[in-house]
Design a protein around this ligand. Structure first.
Ligand code: FAD
Length: 302
């Protein structure tokens, strides 16, 4: 059996595996797609100490670092079930069952898509999901934020300080964000809020040049010219396969303590699949290190 088995090969999983292996314990890592979300990222400018890199390049560095150690890498394998017996068992889609004394869950998350024409075509060509990451790329330009919940309104406030103008598009007749956020938003001169509006299409040629929405009250169609669209309708953690084995929040994030421990002894979690307040590469790597050290502490006590 493994001492530590990491499920997920993004930044948090790679970090956890390296930290575990450096303790000289038997470490494995299972990943559906090694690299995780960064495989879909173009420019990365906030991975501190590296001024600029690109997602696939960072993923290759993660893999190279992992391969420096005696880590059993099982790529293109998806975990489908976890169960605690004497050891913790993880069953893969392939039918294989892996056993480990401790497990670190680092299965990450995915942004919820609006699913309108243009979204997929213009991803990284004006369609963005992370204001902390891509906001500065739109300096002086006009952008839209789709979604009027807390993350949408936080994004709009953040972007208003960087870009020329922000149009917020909310499907419901009212914004769902906390009232303090709405008040702050209303105090900004360069923000327009459009409620009761259904996004129909993100338009463009080689990159985004506008957004079309339908006013749900009048059924009239409108078009706004702009250069960027931030989709902020939720980040979905990839944790459905865990069921009730570990405690999860209402939106499915794994609840962890300050050592990365979940509600099930011996099972730890890190990165975007957890209830961490912010989701970023540098944060997920830090939490991967925390979970590995937490798992090591657990192993020497059990
Ligand atoms: P992920 O990167 O989501 O990795 C999850 C891993 O788990 C993957 O290997 C996946 O295949 C695997 N997995 C999932 N389910 C299973 C399963 N059942 N069995 C086995 N494996 C499984 N952050 C920044 O700091 N700077 C940026 O500039 C930046 N830009 C971004 C741009 C885009 C387009 C996106 C989508 C995200 C961006 N982020 C950025 C956020 C950053 O990518 C994430 O915070 C980070 O990747 C989280 O790492 P993670 O390891 O927790 O999860």
């Amino acid at each position: 059996p493994f001492d530590v088995l990491v499920i997920g090969g993004g930044p948090s999983g790679a970090s956890a595996a390296v930290y575990a292996a450096r303790k000289g314990i038997r470490t494995g890592i299972v990943a559906e797609r090694f690299g995780g979300q960064i495989m879909d990222t173009v420019g990365i400018e906030n991975f501190i100490s590296v001024k600029y890199t690109e997602g696939p390049k960072l993923a290759a560095s993660l893999e190279e670092h992992v391969k420096e150690y005696d880590i059993d890498v099982m790529n293109l394998q998806r975990a489908k079930r976890l169960e605690k017996k004497d050891l913790i068992e993880v069953e893969l889609e392939s039918g294989a069952v892996l056993k480990s004394k401790a497990v670190i869950l680092s299965t990450g998350a995915r942004w919820r898509n609006v699913g309108v024409p243009g979204e997929a075509e213009f991803k990284n060509k004006g369609v963005a999901y992370c204001p902390h990451c891509d906001g500065p790329l739109f300096e002086g330009k006009d952008v839209a934020v789709i979604g009027g919940g807390n993350s949408g309104i936080e994004a709009a406030i953040d972007l208003a300080g960087i870009v020329k103008h922000v149009t917020v598009i909310e499907f419901a007749p009212e914004l769902k964000a906390d009232s303090v956020l709405q008040e702050r938003l209303n105090s900004l001169p360069n923000v327009t809020v459009i409620k009761n509006a259904q996004t129909k299409e993100i338009t463009g040629t080689d990159k985004v040049n506008g957004i079309t929405y339908i006013d749900r009250a009048t059924e009239e169609e409108h078009h706004v010219e702009l250069q960027g669209v931030f989709v902020q309708i939720g980040l979905v953690p990839s944790t459905e396969w865990l069921g009730d084995t570990v405690e999860r929040t209402r939106i499915g994030e794994i609840v962890v303590d300050k050592r990365g421990a979940t509600s099930l002894p011996g099972v730890f979690a890190a990165g975007d699949c957890t209830d961490s307040a912010y989701k970023q590469i540098i944060i997920s790597m830090g939490s991967g290190a925390t979970a590995a050290l937490g798992a090591f502490d657990y192993l020497i006590r059990n």
